[in-house]
Ligand binder design. Structure first.
Ligand SMILES: [Zn+2]
Length: 315
């Protein structure tokens, strides 16, 4: 049984995952900008012990997927925005010491990619790109079955490809990144900005509500969906042009409404991409459901250390 830890800006989830990627037991605790690392570590340890007891087995290794930036080679947190108190702390070192097992950590986008590649929608696919669209856009790239890493082990940021330089300012410094245009909040603020000024602004709707309105035929909501589909399609078209992957796995809260976007996405992709066999790249929806982050975290350990806990690759 693999111990799985998912560290996010609002919650810490812990679970026990078996050799087939099934979650046997799980628990969670809240996190926030004020969460200290000491209390987080204490929670991780207590929840790992409790979930292992519930599942009735022994933890042979621990995998962690975390909000970033993190250094997968050392296990140390970088300048994490969401959890400032956790900067430069090292849960890999601390959990290995506590449990006496090997521990591996990856950025949560990479963990998601590994989960879908190993036990999900992209099983047996050699080249895949995992894209998660929610309050941000993140992802991970798997080439020839291995997690792609950049220089110095860096994690590529698919969400910060520029889609429209005249677009809104992004947190990274550029204007019009994919993340500034195609996330749930981007869709919400565009919708809000299009409401007539005479109309009272009590119509602040979530992306999910806008999608629901679109299914009822609301013209502005339909426009928002069309705009979203186009931006999603442009970003995906760039990934297809650059990588020509076997499959792109779509995950995240916005993709729960994927049925509304897929046709528009495909139309946008087919408008360009004519120098690559874009029609061979499958667009698949993530298949691991609500436990995807925990399953991905477990897969982080499997990818690093293999079935028997033996090191198969350090890179
Ligand atoms: Zn950006």
């Amino acid at each position: 049984m693999i111990g799985a830890v998912d560290i996010g800006g609002t919650k810490l989830a812990v679970g026990i995952v078996d050799e087939n990627g099934a979650v046997l037991s799980k628990m969670e605790a809240p996190t926030g900008p004020d969460s200290t690392y000491a209390s987080g570590l204490e929670n991780m340890i207590a929840m790992l012990r409790q979930t292992a007891r519930t599942a009735g087995g022994e933890i042979i290794g621990i995998g962690i997927g975390s909000t970033g930036p993190v250094d997968p080679s050392t296990g140390e947190f970088g300048e994490v925005d969401f959890l400032p108190e956790w900067r430069h702390k090292n849960p890999v070192h601390d959990l290995a010491k506590e449990f006496g097992v090997q521990v591996a950590l990856e950025n949560d986008g990479d963990a998601g990619a590994l989960g879908e590649a190993g036990w999900g929608a992209a099983k047996n696919k050699a080249r895949l790109i995992y894209v998660t669209v929610g309050t941000g856009i993140g992802g991970g790239i798997i080439l020839d079955g291995r997690l792609y890493r950049g220089v110095g082990g860096a994690h590529p940021e698919v969400g910060h490809q520029v889609i429209d330089p005249s677009g809104p300012l992004c947190s990274c410094g550029f204007h019009g990144c994919w993340e500034a245009l195609a996330t749930g909040p981007a869709m919400e603020s565009w919708f809000q900005s299009q409401l007539p000024t005479s109309e009272p602004h009590d119509r602040h709707l979530s992306a999910k509500q806008i999608c629901h309105l679109a299914t009822k035929g609301d013209p502005l909501a339909c426009q928002a969906v069309e705009r979203e589909s186009n931006y999603l399609g442009l970003g995906l078209a760039n990934l297809i042009n650059l990588f020509t992957p076997d499959v792109i796995v779509l995950a995240g809260s916005v993709m729960k409404s994927a049925a509304l976007f897929l046709e528009g996405i495909r139309t946008t992709i087919s408008r360009g991409c004519r120098f690559v066999p874009f029609e061979k790249t499958e667009l698949a929806l993530a298949s691991l459901g609500d436990d995807a982050n925990l399953i991905g975290a477990a897969r982080v350990w499997r990818h690093r250390f293999g079935r028997a806990g033996k090191i198969t690759s350090q890179s």
